[in-house]
Design a binder for this molecule. Structure first.
Ligand SMILES: *Cc1c(COP(=O)(O)O)cnc(C)c1O
Length: 382
């Protein structure tokens, strides 16, 4: 009998878990030994698939996982109860009881949250490990740094809450080293004022992928929170992190579904935003914005066919995208088309793809839709 999951694919992502594991090893190598590695796996592990990615990361010796919400935490809990899971977002009041049951470590930014969580823990006769977040200039979560000591005093009075970490988040680690330095300095002052730097049991962390560029080995930082870099992507061009030599873990692939020739002066796709200048060989690809090929790439981006770049012509549509293949000798229906990754001697980096799409690699990865099957190309254990 025919099975749906054995049907040929029209658009898929190829995920290299061996590269992921190698990247963890390489990142750890540039960090001092005792530094804890918090693997950030929010948003379905940056579009890679939560279960498969987390399973491999568990094998790769990461110390903690960080997620955005309790649904993601629950996915990890389905795989094992022992791993510490840090919740990066604020808990909604109705989520408190589930977070406690799932043994996730919440992030506290306010006295209200501290009171809420303490009373929840108390009602269950439990203590609850928490991280205190300091806002040093991100303007998102965290207690404003000038109020950190006051909040710490509130938490100290609560026997139900056990401080396991203090952290901050950089707003511009990939674009403004001066501001990042400023945030780091404020954060260090806060850790001194809280006297948490004297307690080696408390995790002190600030660095996301881009922050690692200026990670200081002498500082009290004893943990890092890495997302993008573990997927082989540098957070910005010319990043010092290039020395880590991470390998991309994600290829984005589709197929040619039709090849045809159009006469000169023929419009292509919705809105006629492109018109052929001469006789043009066009390949219709079986992927569009419904798969995560951004509409912004219409008339801007390119793809690889037979290792050669072919420009996108006309608007990207929901299920199909047209490319100019006039310069190719032979193109066949069914041929593989690479949207992100290597093909033969050609390569499209996610950074370039992101520029075409007028966005950032984080958004590209998390915008690849559910319709796109994730294929895991490497076995467990290397
Ligand atoms: C997403 C996130 C990270 C990881 O950021 P990358 O740039 O992907 O390494 C770290 N910390 C917090 C608070 C985050 O939200």
């Amino acid at each position: 009998m025919m099975q749906r999951n054995s049907l040929p694919l029209r658009c898929w992502a190829e995920i290299d878990l061996a590269a992921l594991e190698g990247n963890i090893r390489k990142i750890r190598k540039v960090l001092p030994d005792p530094v804890k590695y918090v693997a950030v796996v929010k948003a379905d592990a940056y579009g890679h698939g939560m279960h498969q990615t987390v399973a491999r990361l568990m094998h790769s010796g990461v110390d903690l996982f960080a997620v955005a919400n309790i649904h993601e935490a629950a996915q990890i809990r389905e795989m094992g109860s022992g791993w510490p899971i840090l919740l990066l977002s604020a808990l909604l009041p109705e989520e408190d009881e589930y977070a406690l049951e799932l043994q996730v470590t919440p992030t506290i930014s306010s006295p209200e949250e501290a009171r809420r969580l303490a009373s929840r823990a108390k009602s269950q006769n439990r203590t609850w490990g928490v991280h205190l977040k300091i806002d040093t200039g991100m303007g998102r979560l965290g207690v404003w740094h000038e109020e950190a000591v006051k909040l710490w005093q509130v938490i100290k009075e609560m026997p139900e809450l056990h401080l396991e970490g203090v952290y901050t988040h950089f707003s511009s680690a990939d674009s403004d080293p001066e501001f990042t330095k400023h945030q780091r300095k404020i954060f260090l002052e806060v850790t001194e004022a809280l006297e948490v730097n004297k307690n080696p049991g408390i995790l002190i962390h600030a660095d996301n992928s881009a922050g690692l560029d200026s990670f200081s080995h002498r500082s009290p930082f004893n943990a890092v929170r890495v997302g993008l870099l573990q997927f082989g992507i540098l957070p910005y061009p010319n990043s010092l992190l290039a020395r880590v030599e991470p390998r991309p873990t994600f290829r984005f692939i589709t197929r040619v579904s039709l090849v045809k020739t159009l006469p000169p002066e023929t419009p292509v796709s919705y809105g006629q935003s492109f018109r052929t200048k001469k006789k043009t060989k066009v390949a219709v690809l079986s992927a569009g914005y419904g798969d995560g090929l951004p509409r912004a790439m219409g008339n801007r981006g390119a793809v690889l066919i037979g290792g050669q770049r072919c420009p996108i012509i006309g608007n990207v549509t929901m299920d199909q995208t047209m490319v100019d293949v006039t310069h190719l000798d032979s193109v066949q229906a069914g041929e593989e088309v690479v949207l992100i990754g290597q093909q033969g001697s050609g390569r499209i980096e996610i950074e370039e793809f992101s520029e075409w799409a007028k966005t950032i690699p984080w958004e590209v990865l998390t915008s690849v839709t559910k319709r796109v099957s994730r294929l895991y190309k490497t076995p467990l254990g290397i």
